[in-house]
Design a protein around this ligand. Sequence first.
Ligand SMILES: Nc1ncnc2c1ncn2[C@@H]1O[C@H](COP(=O)(O)OP(=O)(O)OP(=O)(O)O)[C@@H](O)[C@H]1O
Ligand SMILES: [Mg+2]
Length: 264
Amino acid sequence: MRDLIIIKFGGSSITFKSESPPKINEDVIKNAVEDITSYKGNVLLVLGGGAHGHQAAYKYGYGNDTTPKKKLLQGIPEIRHNMSLLSSRVEHIFWEKHHKAVIINPFSFVLMKDGKISSFPMDIIRRALEADLIVITHGDVCFDESRGASILSGDVIITHLAKELGVSRVLLGTNVDGVFTEDPKVDPKAELITEITAQNRNTVLRAAKSSSGTDVTGGMSLKLQELLNLAEEGIEVVIFNLNASHRLEKVLKGENVPCTRFNL
Ligand SMILES: Nc1ncnc2c1ncn2[C@@H]1O[C@H](COP(=O)(O)OP(=O)(O)OP(=O)(O)O)[C@@H](O)[C@H]1O
Ligand SMILES: [Mg+2]
């Protein structure tokens, strides 16, 4: 494997998260896929749930501890169907740009327990990357040994895979420039925090709220907690705006653009 990088296409960017039925943001995906063309190493792409994952998950009571097991299990087909549609569309756009991408969906091999990963075999993903394929995986619903089923968020997948694969760079695209002093979708005076350090990490964590769209996995707040974990291990982590045209290309090239970097 050469210079393996993990990139997240945040669901808030690649779908219209507040629109129902779920709709894909084709322009953002096409732009982002083009940007990836400029990168010469191996790419592992993680798609967030966006409108496709979160709306169906919410409908069947995910994110609410009192939901009966039966109802959670009933939600599996709809969540899976929506995530298959979203990931197939992304795969198709890679194909249009002559890139060999494959989808590896967590539902078919990851197990959870109490909402956490209990088994996540790595051999297939590893082999696919070694074969120089672009791997697309995504937030998904997975069987859970205690709850019946749980949502495995894209952000949690990223933390897990970055550690397992020894990745040195993780880039997370979302629909805002990075982490702000307040939710920028709610407070227009919010300011971008360009660097998260040991000094400001707790203040930053307090400022990170859920999401302005439907998000059963904690929005910016849980995302940050996951990422702090990675940054502490010395992995380079950047949160940037995937909706800004060709921002991903600039981030990949290390150019100085608005974003949040971790320096712990
Ligand atoms: N302090 C903050 N700084 C930046 N964004 C914040 C903050 N607090 C809350 N948010 C919200 O977090 C949202 C981004 O998180 P969200 O989970 O919705 O995106 P995503 O990860 O791209 O989507 P998905 O979970 O579907 O992949 C922003 O749209 C914003 O409304
Ligand atoms: Mg989210």
